[in-house]
Design a protein around this ligand. Structure first.
Ligand SMILES: O=C(CO)[C@H](O)[C@H](O)COP(=O)(O)O
Length: 144
């Protein structure tokens, strides 16, 4: 799968770890930055390109990271066609695929261990969308 990834300074360390894991699993990863833990940078500048790549179909999925993941999810969801879920545990990662067909995941590096972050990305990648009653709901997001 082709996956775009981006973070600010606060998500940089996990971005690198997730990138390594995804590459090891055979995915093609497009890194939209930031490219170092310092200096401090503004997350919209690095998250927006991930979301736009997903919306344009250049990649199938996107991973965004920051300190909390909140602003990163907000930034990604400003792009039409993006459904970004902020995830904090295994169930939230599973549900954002099953119910929301989330094409972008947002994680907070200051909120969880690196091991958890890697696990949540794996779950989000492996879990299919349920469809059914959830299909009309996600369609209404764009049709409203
Ligand atoms: O999670 C974030 C936005 O939601 C940012 O990573 C966080 O706000 C950065 O904080 P600081 O400038 O204090 O390092």
């Amino acid at each position: 799968m082709k996956i775009a990834i981006g973070s600010d300074h606060a998500g940089f360390q996990y971005k690198e770890a997730i990138k390594e894991m995804l590459t090891g699993l055979g995915h093609e990863v497009i890194d939209k930055g930031t490219y170092a833990a310092t200096p401090s940078v503004d997350y919209p500048l690095f998250i927006r390109p991930v979301a736009e790549a997903v919306a344009a179909g250049e990649v199938e999925r996107g991973v965004v990271l920051g300190g909390s993941g909140n602003g990163e999810a907000i930034a990604a969801n400003r792009v039409r066609g993006v459904r970004c879920g902020l995830c904090w545990n295994e169930e939230s990662a599973r549900l954002c695929r099953q119910h929301n067909d989330a094409n972008v995941i947002s994680l907070g590096e200051r909120m969880m261990s690196e091991e958890t972050a890697l696990k949540l990305v794996q779950i989000w990648l492996d879990t299919p969308f349920e469809g059914g009653r959830h299909l009309a709901r996600i369609q209404e997001l764009d049709n409203y």
